[in-house]
Design a binder for this molecule. Structure first.
Ligand SMILES: [Zn+2]
Ligand SMILES: [Zn+2]
Length: 344
């Protein structure tokens, strides 16, 4: 019997997903085939359906927060066996030979645009084929739905938060309490930072404090933000909405850093005076390397990082996309494959 993969695809830009069956891609030497049990829904999936990056090939099967069991292995695979539970994030391969790959910063690979796990077809599906070197063994007791979310949202916030020794307890501001922010608060707290959550929704205060924030500040609260002048080592911007950037930057201390994560479409404008005077920097952070991914999974397990999740069956993927677009998900949606669909 010929094997068929059962997925959900957008047939053209911006369209609802439809059932889409396809032949499994060829299995190269380093590849593994993974029978998918769980796949998280990330805003990047929605951006790609809408071809926001201008590189989406249709039919497009999204999905890049993937957990499942290895079902087939290529001839050169080491370290994984059939039946192993693995997780795969946005990056499903890399060239392994450019300067960035050789330095262990695979997320900056020169071919990153071609390195997505969803090329040719992603995780809203019964199976996926990726380079085994980007399929991570998961801690045995970590729930699959937690792992799914950590593989993209988790690594995105952990990677910039983990670094830099300052010689004092770091003060970190997390801007935005949503899919990324609710994890950033937990990671920053577990990394022993003093955490200030900054949000434009007053109803997020209780949740932010419960997740480990030491303080909660409304983004519009000029007075409190002014009192925070020159106090923070780092601001992690996870938001999507407009903000007074100058006021926000002024909360950073000398050599402080504003780090942008996620793909916000909000323009950043600010008066550069304070930036110069206090040697502040504005930078971005993309995913994380394989080494940092393994470190993050172990740290999340050890420190009990708990993504807040809504479950939905994969067959309701369009409804899930609507919930995320309308900002109704608290905070991430994980799609669970109906086992009847697992035919490959
Ligand atoms: Zn993502
Ligand atoms: Zn490379």
């Amino acid at each position: 019997m010929k094997s068929v993969v059962l997925g959900y695809a957008a047939m053209a830009k911006g369209q609802e997903l439809k059932q889409f069956d396809y032949e499994p891609p060829k299995l190269n030497g380093h590849d593994v085939r993974v029978a998918i049990t769980h796949c998280g829904l990330c805003y990047t999936d929605i951006h790609a359906i809408d071809d926001y990056f201008g590189i989406t090939n249709f039919p497009f099967v999204p999905g890049h927060e993937i957990v499942g069991q290895v079902s087939e292995i290529g001839s050169e695979v080491t370290g994984l066996r059939k039946g192993d539970r693995v997780g795969i994030g946005w990056q499903g391969r890399s060239c392994m030979e450019c300067e960035w790959c050789l330095k262990g910063e695979e997320q900056l690979c020169k071919d990153i645009a071609k390195a997505a796990a969803w090329s040719p077809y992603g995780g809203f599906s019964s199976s996926i084929t990726v380079d085994s070197r980007f399929a991570y063994s998961l801690p045995a007791s970590m729930p699959s739905e937690f792992a799914a979310v950590l593989l993209c949202a988790g690594i995105t916030v952990y990677s910039p938060l983990r670094s830099t020794e300052t010689g004092h307890r770091r003060k970190v501001g997390i801007v935005g309490v949503g899919g990324l922010g609710h994890l950033a608060i937990q990671f920053a707290h577990a990394l022993d930072c003093e955490v200030t959550a900054i949000s434009s929704s007053p109803d997020k205060e209780e949740q932010a404090l419960a997740l480990g924030a030491d303080h909660f500040v409304m983004a519009e609260d000029k007075g409190t933000l002014r009192n925070m002048n020159l106090s923070l080592d780092m601001l992690l911007y996870t938001g999507h909405s407009a903000i007074d950037w100058t006021r926000l930057l002024n909360t950073l201390r000398n050599n402080g850093k504003l780090v942008m994560v996620g793909f916000s479409t909000v323009p950043v404008t600010f008066e550069p005076l304070e930036l110069v005077v206090h040697q502040m920097s504005i930078t971005g952070s993309l995913l994380g390397s394989r080494m940092v991914m393994r470190e993050m999974l172990a740290f999340a397990q050890e420190r009990g990082i708990k993504p807040q999740i809504e479950f939905m069956p994969m067959s309701q993927v369009n409804e899930a996309i609507r919930r995320v677009k309308e900002g109704r998900a608290r905070y991430r949606i994980v799609l669970v494959n109906d086992s009847a669909r697992l035919r490959t």
